[in-house]
Design a protein around this ligand. Structure first.
Ligand SMILES: NC(=O)c1ccc[n+]([C@@H]2O[C@H](COP(=O)([O-])OP(=O)(O)OC[C@H]3O[C@@H](n4cnc5c(N)ncnc54)[C@H](OP(=O)(O)O)[C@@H]3O)[C@@H](O)[C@H]2O)c1
Length: 316
């Protein structure tokens, strides 16, 4: 029997209705699930605005997309480095100037398994700074346009939210005393996901229902994530694992974000991703969400801290 409401194969992009005339803003499309998300939406006729840190890579990505998709595509790149709040502000300003409609902002870009503590220019530990603070500020800055468009915010989280300390280490956010690549990544993904559920609560309290906010994860997918970061040992283990059926294609890893960006009537309170063993692969649907991801006291404290650290002004 199927374990998702979308049949044995789970949710697939076949369900995407007409997206011509729709605009998707996607972070981190130069590889992995972000690339596949952009490719599928473009192939279905949507407009895609990519936010990437490396202009050369972004140009190469645009060229590859043009080659791989049969037909004309409407895609462009705006340079944004999530590790610098000033870059996020500049990119958001450019988006607001050039992009009149945002049907969904897909916060996909992230780094993982940074072996030693590295600080961003703003003084944040890099995984927290890029994955959480950068995306948090971007969402706040683009929120008015998303609201006007009755659009969505989609955060690509990780099953890593359920590893590590399973909460936020408020007394040492930069992990000066106990840096550990896995725990720090896990905390950054938990922070991203907590912000989704806290934003939902804040929108609901404000009586604002136009914007929908979703959390999903790509399972274990064959991407560049640990190829470009990670310790030597971690990279070696991951390269071996990628050869096994325990890990799925980057394309399949994109399905949960595509689902959250396009599927009508999706319950925002849930967490979406592959539903197979350990939620690593398998048909895409609803995944179990552990209660610590919705620990209200932690969510509220994290939100206030994130506003303070990024000077984000949410128009809620
Ligand atoms: N792959 C998995 O098994 C897995 C599992 C759980 C969760 N995830 C999540 O899935 C999402 C996509 O990751 P992926 O696996 O597709 O990895 P990926 O292939 O490494 O792609 C990551 C993307 O993020 C971009 N990026 C990194 N740092 C950035 C920054 N400072 N500013 C702007 N863009 C930046 C990268 O750009 P560059 O090309 O310039 O580096 C790249 O385009 C992430 O949120 C990740 O946490 C992945």
């Amino acid at each position: 029997m199927s374990n998702t409401k979308y049949g044995d194969k789970g949710w697939t992009p076949d369900r995407i209705q007409d997206v011509s005339g729709k605009t998707y803003v996607i972070t981190g499309t130069t590889s992995g699930t972000g690339y596949e998300t952009a490719k599928i939406l473009l192939a279905k006729g949507a407009k895609v605005v990519m936010l990437n840190r490396n202009p050369q890579k972004a140009e190469a990505t645009l060229a590859t997309l043009k080659q791989e998709i049969d037909g004309k595509i409407d895609a462009s790149n705006i340079v944004m480095d999530l590790s610098a709040l000033s870059s996020v502000r500049n990119a958001a300003a450019q988006v607001l100037e050039e992009v009149p409609q945002i049907d969904a902002l897909v916060c996909n870009a992230a780094i993982a398994q940074v072996p030693r503590q590295v600080m961003t220019v703003d003084g944040f530990e890099s995984q927290l700074g890029v994955n959480h603070y950068g995306n948090f500020l971007l969402q706040a800055l683009l929120f008015p346009r998303i609201e006007e468009s009755k659009g969505r915010i989609v955060t690509v989280g990780s099953m890593g939210y359920n590893l590590g300390i399973k909460t936020i280490q408020f007394d040492d956010m930069n992990w000066d005393n106990n840096y550990n690549p896995n725990s720090v990544y896990s905390q950054s993904k938990l922070a991203q996901m907590m912000s989704v559920y806290e934003l939902q609560d804040r929108l609901s309290e404000a009586g604002k229902s136009a914007v929908k906010v979703y959390a999903c994860h790509p399972g274990a997918s064959r991407t560049a994530l640990i190829k470009t970061n990670g310790s030597l040992l971690m990279r070696f283990i991951w390269q071996l694992m990628k050869l096994t059926p325990l890990v799925q294609s980057a394309e399949k890893g994109a399905y949960p974000a595509l689902m959250c960006a396009t599927e009508p009537h999706l319950d925002q309170s849930k967490f979406y991703g592959p539903t197979g063993r350990n939620y690593w692969t398998g048909p895409v649907g609803e995944c179990k969400l552990e209660p610590h991801a919705k620990d209200k006291a932690v969510m509220q404290r994290l939100w206030d801290l994130s506003v303070e650290q990024t000077s984000a002004k949410w128009n809620i």
